[in-house]
Design a protein around this ligand. Sequence first.
Ligand code: TPP
Length: 281
Amino acid sequence: MPTTDREPPNIDELRDRAYQLRRMMMTMTRGKGEGYIAQGLGIADCLAALYFHELRHDPERPDWPERDRFLLSTGHYSIAMYAVLAAAGYIEEDELPTYGLNGSRLPMSTFDDTVGVEIVGGSLGHGLGQAVGMSLGLRLDDSPGRVYVEISDGELDEGSTWEAAMAGATFGCDNLVVLIDCNGIQADGPVTVAIEPVADKFTAFGWSTTEIDGNDMSALVEALEKSRVSDGKPKAIVMRTTPGSGVPTIVDRPRAHFVRVTDDEWAGLVQELEDNRDVHA
Ligand SMILES: Cc1ncc(C[n+]2csc(CCOP(=O)(O)OP(=O)(O)O)c2C)c(N)n1
């Protein structure tokens, strides 16, 4: 399904895509019995908006030089990445249940040998710097390709992220969009480092900034459309997302960071997702 030209957005269809991604993530969690499902469910809407509306990409030509690049900096969100790569036609849906299993091509943290995955994830704090470099490289090549990078609120604790933010503004990377997943959690619980006000900080660093509910499809599409304006600045979209979005009880346990789902509870959680299918932010 080549999406090398953007069609006008169909919000209901994009919401349904996000539901399908969540459904796929539940299937993957069943295979492994555990995973970073809370985060994956939280960014399902963002990935649906990107792969089914915003990005110019072609699964038949994953190395097409003019493609837009999507970089997932948080490699542990791989469960969401594999779902969208399967939905978009890069990998077979049949392969999803192997997520995180020994010998699988879909490791628990993303690797760039999986088709459609642009960078190795896992070591947090590097995605924005890589994105700035790619943005400059594409500009040197006179490529129309744009760079979209997802980073987490935890990565705002890392100095390398802010160095990259300064560089992106200094070099006027207006083919670059950072999508910051502010889901309010880190490994051991809530975010405690004083990262706020995130939007004001990116603005102060020289970025064009928008803050939205990251589970609101209309807001996502509007923010992405706005990010295409050529104003000589890189763009930051601060997304307030809800971990476990669509299956809220999945985060109703001591550590939402890495969730274990038993066989007994799986069917009930899938039913919860189904019940919430038409509930939107
Ligand atoms: C440089 C680095 N330090 C520590 C870790 C271990 N680690 C893996 S996930 C994670 C949680 C980070 O929080 P955040 O990035 O906000 O992700 P989320 O809470 O949404 O899973 C940590 C500390 C890592 N992968 N990389």
